[in-house]
Design a protein around this ligand. Structure first.
Ligand SMILES: Cc1cc2nc3c(=O)[nH]c(=O)nc-3n(C[C@H](O)[C@H](O)[C@H](O)COP(=O)(O)OP(=O)(O)OC[C@H]3O[C@@H](n4cnc5c(N)ncnc54)[C@H](O)[C@@H]3O)c2cc1C
Length: 364
């Protein structure tokens, strides 16, 4: 049994950022993460034959108005660069109809982290301190009794339990609700509200194709394309900065029920064929391809998330503040943010709001 001041459940950006800030405040914590790796929805893969190219299968972008991300990256000494958008955009509107080309891509300026979004996770976990982070620790049961939280990792009871005075749930609302419901720890109105909030992008699948050369750029194309045919509905340049490796990525628009009927190889092949139809024969020969279907990740997507069309969470917990304060229970994943909910920026916003509450609650 381990007893500590604060337990954080979840090792995505929210959990790790929170962990680092608690460490700076000298508040002892343990972070419990279900998976063997940290990052949650953040997933970058270093391309085997090109270590300077890292492809993002989870989040790719942040935007100029998102100041917390920029401040954090500067603090962590992590670089970023502008998304490549120079050149024309392609549209695939109907089967058997020629691809349309429109001059100049008209997209909002966006930024990408040099070396992949995972760089942020690596930097944050170093700052948080590996001795306080336990991966492969899926929380299965949560109890609250006489001011103490007890978290079990294994329903068989054979693993150690973790006890704390304070609990920080750095998991999306539906996952939090599931964990808090069984022992009626919070009121039903609150769990019902949490259950209504979708985990942003959790039902999505993303495909990346790596190439030796940026042949689309050489043809005056931005690498950006929109399609009503699919399987990908939106495609972008996913190359590394300073010409250190080239790639295209796309969001797959097929519903999960349709994706389930295809093997991974069939879906990858259909994506490569679509890239060739859009960008020409050179696109038919990627050196590597990657596909992540987030709907298959039980630590991210619930059955409800997969069944619904994409929708941002809108969550205001202010009327439950008294109940949560008494329990010393805090929610910090991106979906709890009052602004930018669902985005990386939202995760930072939610953490900072919870840390303000914690500082207030610990004042004499
Ligand atoms: C395909 C895709 C593209 C995206 N694109 C962008 C983008 O371009 N820009 C942007 O800003 N955002 C984007 N997002 C959203 C962004 O990824 C999220 O806002 C952010 O990663 C959320 O971080 P989080 O820490 O709040 O939650 P999560 O990353 O979901 O972390 C929660 C963690 O809790 C763990 N966990 C779950 N259950 C348990 C349990 N029982 N016990 C212990 N641990 C548990 C999970 O394994 C996970 O590590 C995208 C997301 C996806 C999937």
């Amino acid at each position: 049994m381990s007893t500590v001041n604060t337990i954080i459940v979840g090792g995505g950006i929210a959990g790790l950022y929170c962990a680092w800030r608690l460490r700076q405040l000298n508040i002892a914590f343990i972070l419990l993460e279900a998976k063997p790796t940290l990052g949650g929805r953040i997933q970058s893969k270093v391309v085997a034959n090109n270590a300077t190219l890292s492809v993002d299968l989870g989040p790719t972008w942040f935007w100029p108005h998102q100041k917390k991300m920029q401040k954090l990256l500067k603090e962590l000494d992590v670089d970023w660069f502008e998304q490549y958008t120079r050149g024309d955009v392609l549209y695939q509107l109907r089967e058997n109809q020629a691809v349309t080309r429109t001059s100049g891509s008209d997209v909002m300026l966006s930024y990408r982290i040099t070396g992949g979004t995972q760089k942020l996770i690596t930097a944050l976990s170093k700052k948080a301190g590996s001795e306080n982070i336990k991966t492969t620790h899926p929380v299965t049961d949560i109890e609250h009794d006489q001011g103490q939280w007890t978290l079990s990792i294994d329903s068989s009871g054979s693993s150690p339990v973790f006890k704390s005075q304070r609990l920080i749930m750095a998991v999306p609302p539906r996952i939090a609700s599931h964990l808090l419901t069984s022992k009626n720890i919070v009121c039903t109105q609150l769990t019902t509200l949490l259950d209504k909030q979708q985990t942003w992008m959790s039902g999505q699948a993303k495909f990346v194709a790596v190439y030796e050369q940026p042949f689309w750029r050489q043809q005056g194309l931005a690498g950006q394309a929109f399609s009503q045919i699919g399987p990908m509905v939106e495609i972008h340049d996913a190359s590394a900065t300073r010409d250190q490796g080239f790639a295209l990525f796309g969001f797959i628009g097929l519903p999960y029920s349709v994706r389930l009927q295809l093997t991974k190889q069939q879906l990858e092949l259909a994506c490569v064929e679509q890239l060739a139809a859009l960008f020409g024969e050179q696109a038919a020969k990627p050196t590597r391809v990657y596909l992540t279907d987030w709907a298959k990740d039980k630590w991210v997507a619930t059955a409800q998330d997969i069944a619904e069309p994409p929708k941002h969470a809108e969550l205001n917990l202010s009327r439950y503040q008294q109940q949560l304060k008494q329990l010393k229970l805090y929610f910090v994943a991106s979906e709890y943010a009052q602004v930018e909910a669902g985005y990386l920026e939202g995760a930072l916003t939610a953490v900072e709001a919870a840390l303000n509450d914690i500082s207030r609650d610990t004042m004499p």
